[in-house]
Design a protein around this ligand. Sequence first.
Ligand code: SAH
Ligand code: SF4
Ligand code: F3S
Length: 482
Amino acid sequence: MTQTIDLTKYDLNFQAPTQEPERQYYFMAKAQNYVAKLTEELKRKPTCCVTTFGCQMNSRDSEKLVGILELVGYEIVDTEQADFVIFNTCTVRDNANQRVYGRLGALKSYKKKHPNMKVALCGCMMQEPTVVKKLKDSYRFVDLIFGTHNIYKFAELLVDTFEKKGMIIDIWEDTDKIVEDLPVERKYPFKSGINIMFGCNNFCSYCIVPYVRGRERSRKPEDIIREIKNLVKEGVVEVMLLGQNVNSYGKNLESPMTFAELLREVEKIEGLQRIRFMTSHPKDLSDELIKVMKESKKICRHLHLPLQSGSTRVLTEMNRRYTKEQYLALADKIRKEIPDISLTTDIIVGFPGETTEDVEETIDVIKKVRYDNAFTFIYSKRTGTPAASMDNQIPEEVVKVNFDKVLKTVQNMAKEQVGRFQGQVMDALVEEVNEQEAGLVTGRLSNNTIVHFPGDVNLVGKIVNVKLEECHGFYYIGKIVE
Ligand code: SAH
Ligand code: SF4
Ligand code: F3S
């Protein structure tokens, strides 16, 4: 946890404070009493499972939920057969939604046999009114529903689940609020995501994120630096700065600051060894950022630069605000300045009106840029976005054929590209013991490529030099060298 919070100083006979985060600390103290009572009844700690769908933002949010749950006395478990189950949902593509409904079905039968169990739903899906309506109509067993903007008041809502009957629903349309200093329980002791901003103002025409995450808000640099310094004290060596478009960081601050300037400050933090960030929009990646990356000893040699499509016509329809040529020129400039960098990307296949020629343009960019990896997605129609009402939606069979073509190109290029470092020695942060093969550990290179090599649990969290001996597509097999 990033700080110890003394909950004993809150007198629960008084009304809750109105200021944050004190108000939430008060409710944490109150929740602690309820959980203590429950512990007595059950003769064990009640268990809680937080299941996360979606991106790193959601993972970080879940760490905040777990931080509060642990503090108030829950035992965190991996199984959804628990006293309290929370789904932190994603709605970026329809299959994310379908997975949530599928899992909810399983929870329903479990709750029938365990009526005292609690079920909560939060995250991006909950910001869609149609979803909440469906839950109200057909999933009455859900106890608590809250959204992305009020996640900071989870402790208060948790208390409500002990004090109120029936389904509790609290969804806000938007917020300009950022509440600092809430507890967090990190998944990894040696690396951590850090939100530097929330929301998105870009409104790419296919994307639901701006509607469910609200307008862009940046955290103050001093809060970010303080958080990272504390993390480093606790043993974190690698941070990932998170934002939907980090390139617009700082624009709405009282004293504006660029992302590159923030990176310079983060670089100065003693003891911090690696800095990553995600995501950087190609439309406004500055020369200053390239310069800072080039000069940095800590910023990793990896840039995720979402392409979405290689066709300028489709890019315009997507409201991405760059052309194929501008993207290629940017990729070239980055490679020229930082030759050992790995570029990765996101691609959408099947956007309304996409023709075979458009797909060929995408394939052309993949071949020219030579990505180390690319996440390829089938376009998913999201209600409320401009693309959803475009009348030239592409039939599934056509999308499938194009998707396979794009995927094949990505895989072939990645294999060649990842393999270019074979025989070299590079530093790897050991993340875990390899589950498939005994005696191996798994590390991540600065350029984000995975390497497996002989080692044991004592290496986890350490940065070691590894010789990259054999490239197997997206990963290497190697060995430690002194
Ligand atoms: N802010 C990030 C993206 C967040 S969403 C950025 O702009 O890069 C992650 C990825 O999901 C996107 O890059 C896009 O490729 C994909 N995506 C978003 N909406 C989608 C949709 N409606 N259908 C298919 N893929 C989508
Ligand atoms: Fe979605 Fe575009 Fe915002 Fe990324 S930048 S979250 S793709 S709207
Ligand atoms: Fe999904 Fe929300 Fe992230 S929609 S991708 S969890 S911002």
